[in-house]
Write a protein that binds this ligand. Structure first.
Ligand code: MGD
Ligand code: MGD
Ligand code: SF4
Ligand code: MO
Length: 753
């Protein structure tokens, strides 16, 4: 398998390249890398797709998924008109005016009767439509609500909470410089499939061939990334906290910490030393299923390496001890001084903030919130999807009564599908904004059809790949599908219908004033101005906070000012603009404790460590009723969250097979290809089992990104596309601090169907 070459053509259904347009620049919307694309289009289809060699990060690179993008743009499940639910639970088509008018009236009535606490916004931008959060914030503000339930809060918020303690702000945005590292430690991530840094497959290939660079992978599964590694630490599932503690124990007990870095840059190390001096390294390594000598050796080599980067992802976050795991991973790079240097870990600026900071709700006089029923605190201004069903499905007068979903399909992607269905059916108002008839849209009172990400101005700005920080404003390539509207227009119309004005709503204010502020926009369409307005504001803030970094990219303060110069660059560069160029040292600007130091000791998490010992003793990891642990939702070659709905997009694994160790199949008396029932204490799914020698006995895997339904041939009933894994997951199975789900450690049993 190799990464797709830069010139491979798209497998566009029913299109021919003759008479196609010139190459146009855009970006891939399938994962956080947002590789630069050059495309040709014809008759509403992509006819050719290739990597954009001039893109700052991807430099022509694409993976195997990008050539399938026409299946996102064109399929039979696109929405083409606003829909309203009838009393008999069927939908009727209605006009935009009626839809906006009725929804606005109901939202305002609910808010005025029950306060903003009865309203939750869910979603706000997927992998490619990052502007969504701006509109969501404007709507929340108009509703006087802070409840924003986001998929980020089913993975990263534990880490954000940790950042708040370590660096002083939950919005300190962490990243890593894998491409320049000599020692790379992957914790619970499979970048061969999921990427997570630019040009991942190419970089992994280079590292694996280079005798001077070392790659260590911590993953129970022998993934393709693990195969490429120098060392694969096949940890027992859910036991990373033991392994990481053993590594920290080795470093502290052997005095391998970076004393000078700690002295100059950190506080609290004495407490860390005290706690990790006590860790029984050999016992913990063995309990994690690993050779203690090898664990010690990896810890020593990591500590001694010059440029060493750690990249952790869902394999740490979606597992037992999620927030603790994140902390232990960060302590590794902090106490060894692998921070704020090339090839190490560091912090990044944000342009339009994707995450914010939340202080302690109990000390904030109402500025920060807890959930009404569960009392769960916001983190980074986000609330965890695991909590939402419980906040709706109860008789508390303060419960959530209205939910607005945009760019998310929580019925499939949040934990506990059954709890979500039950809760959403109880809502007084559910509105879904999407391009497709998702499982969530099927439950809505109103469904609002958005133009696709290639039919409107949109932007990608996760901006990984330091030192260069980029913002990619993408132009529309196709006419909007008839009946659809772009989000800026949906939300500005709604806000006005709710009685908001330029003086009550900053978004409306920006839209009204943008002509005056940015004269080059005068002749532009209203649609463009609505998108440009928040970007103009963002440019001003970013330029004032990161002046030197912005100037390094060629923007200049002369004439209209630095922010306006930056804005001009963003709106004119179709292939993505470099907005800031940072030195690794500048990471320290994002550390926000008053003393400028990293605060290493987090009492709440250090106090959690003794539980590890207790859990070994009390048999937490044994469960006779459910003898298997399921990794519920891994990244594979042909899955991409819920972005594609036409099953024809997949080139392999159409059924989303259950991967299982051959010995387990033997023990169950089954053969590869047999249908099996996978059952948890919450539900069951029927899937095809496939032997995979990369598995550990007792550990099985199902893919993420399946479980949608799609219209059948000739108007037949909707057909399911592989397992809906969250039928198996329970809302309560989650981290005690951040409520992130234990999706990778789901207890199940398996039998023949
Ligand atoms: N192809 C593809 N790429 C994607 C996506 C997609 O849908 N498809 N989605 C994107 C998104 S939203 C995200 S968040 C990222 C996620 O990217 P990753 O985190 O890399 O994705 P996963 O494959 O879900 O999980 C990573 C690994 O965790 C391992 N794992 C399971 N249990 C444990 C455990 O107990 N300990 C450890 N150490 N590892 C464990 C699994 O075996 C798996 O190899 O991918 C992004 N990229
Ligand atoms: N069991 C299990 N569950 C998981 C995971 C797992 O590993 N295991 N992974 C979790 C993770 S890390 C994530 S990030 C989530 C992802 O799950 P979700 O947050 O639900 O996000 P997406 O799958 O990206 O869904 C994007 C939605 O946006 C719609 N969309 C596309 N373009 C547009 C547009 O221009 N406008 C609008 N309004 N809508 C659009 C798509 O049709 C789709 O319905 O899933 C989580 N769920
Ligand atoms: S790595 Fe991600 S953004 Fe790049 S082509 Fe693949 S799916 Fe698209
Ligand atoms: Mo994700």
């Amino acid at each position: 398998m190799s990464a797709m070459s830069a010139t491979e053509t798209a497998g566009a259904p029913g299109a021919t390249p003759s008479g196609a347009t010139d190459w146009k620049k855009t970006a891939c919307i399938l994962c956080t890398e947002n590789c630069g694309l050059e495309v040709q289009i014809e008759d509403g289809h992509f006819t050719r797709i290739r990597g954009d060699k001039s893109h700052h990060h991807s430099r022509g690179y694409l993976c195997q998924k990008a050539s399938r993008l026409d299946y996102y743009q064109n399929h039979n499940d696109r929405l083409t008109t606003p829909l309203r639910r009838r009393a008999d639970n069927t939908f009727e088509a209605i006009s935009w005016d009626i839809a906006i008018g009725e929804i606005a009236e109901r939202l305002v009535a609910l808010r005025d009767e029950h306060t903003g606490r009865c309203f939750a916004f869910s979603g706000g931008g997927g992998q490619g439509n990052h502007l969504g959060g701006i509109y969501g914030n404007a709507l929340k503000r108009a509703m006087k609500s802070r409840f924003h339930y986001s998929s980020l809060a089913q993975e990263k918020t534990g880490g954000f909470w940790v950042n708040g303690h370590l660096y002083g702000r939950q919005s300190a945005f962490p990243t890593n410089d894998v491409p320049n590292a000599d020692f790379i430690l992957f914790l619970g991530t499979n970048p061969w499939q999921s990427h997570g840094f630019p040009r991942a497959r190419k970089v992994l290939g280079e590292i694996s061939k280079d005798p001077n660079r070392k790659m260590v992978v911590v993953d129970p599964w022998r993934t393709k990334t693990a195969e490429l590694a120098d060392v694969h630490l096949a940890v027992r599932p859910g036991r990373d906290a033991y392994l990481l503690s053993a590594m920290l124990g080795t470093i502290v007990q052997e005095g391998l910490e970076a004393a000078e870095f700690i002295e100059n840059r950190a506080v609290g190390f004495e407490r860390i030393r005290e706690v990790f001096s006590e860790i029984p390294v050999d016992q913990y390594a063995e309990f994690a299923g690993l050779d203690p000598a090898l664990v010690r050796q990896v810890a020593r080599e990591y500590a001694a390496a010059d440029k060493a980067a750690i990249r952790a992802d869902l394999g740490l976050e979606h597992t037992f001890h999620s927030t603790l795991n994140d902390y232990l991973g960060k302590l590794l790079y902090l106490i060894t001084g692998h921070f704020a240097r090339e090839g190490c870990n560091h912090l990044l600026a944000q342009f339009l903030p994707i995450i914010g900071h939340s202080g302690d709700p109990d000390a904030s006089g109402g500025k920060y919130w807890r959930t009404t029923v569960g009392g769960v605190s916001e983190i980074s201004q986000l609330f965890p999807p695991n909590e939402l069903p419980g906040e709706i499905n109860n008789d508390d007068p303060g419960r959530i009564r209205a939910v607005w979903v945009d760019s998310m399909n929580p019925i499939n992607t949040a934990a506990d599908t059954q709890a979500y269905v039950e809760a959403f059916e109880k809502l007084e108002l559910l509105v879904v904004v999407d391009v497709a008839m998702t499982e969530t849209a099927q439950l809505a009172d109103y469904v609002l059809p958005a133009s696709s990400q290639f039919e409107k101005w949109e932007a990608t700005f996760f901006g990984a790949g330091v030192p260069s920080h980029i913002f990619h404003l993408r132009e529309p390539l196709f006419e909007p599908m008839e009946g659809t509207l772009a989000e800026p227009e949906i939300y500005t119309r709604l806000l006005r219908a709710m009685g908001e004005t330029a003086s009550t709503s900053p978004l409306l204010g920006a839209v009204d004033q943008v002509d005056a502020m940015a004269p080059q926009l005068r002749d532009q369409s209203d649609n463009f101005k609505m998108v440009a307005a928040p970007i103009f504001m963002g440019s001003q803030t970013y330029a004032s906070k990161n002046k030197v970094a912005v100037e390094r990219t060629g923007s200049s303060d002369e004439g209209m000012g630095l922010g306006a110069s930056l804005f001009g660059k963003i709106i004119s560069e179709r292939g993505g603009a470099e907005i800031g160029r940072f030195d690794f040292e500048e990471t320290w600007d994002f550390v926000r404790h008053g003393d400028g130091r990293i605060h290493l000791a987090i009492d709440e998490l250090l106090g959690w460590l003794p539980d590890l010992e207790r859990e070994i003793e009390n048999g937490f990891y044994e469960d006779e009723k459910f003898p298997f642990l399921l990794s519920a939702g891994g990244r594979r070659s042909y899955n991409a969250n819920q972005i594609f709905r036409d099953p024809a997009w997949r080139r392999d694994d159409p059924e989303g097979a259950l991967w299982i160790h051959p010995d387990d199949l033997d023990r169950l008396g089954l053969a590869s290809g047999t249908e099996v029932v996978v059952e948890s204490n919450r539900g069951r799914v029927t899937v095809t089992a496939e032997a995979d020698p990369g598995a550990q006995p007792g550990f099985v895997a199902l893919p993420h990104g399946y479980g949608m339904t799609y219209p059948g041939e000739d108007g037949g009933p909707r057909v399911a596309d592989g397992p809906a894994v969250n039928i198996l997951t329970a809302a309560g199975e989650c981290d005690p601090i951040a409520r992130t789900p234990y999706h990778k450690n789901v207890r199940v049993k398996i039998r023949k169907a």
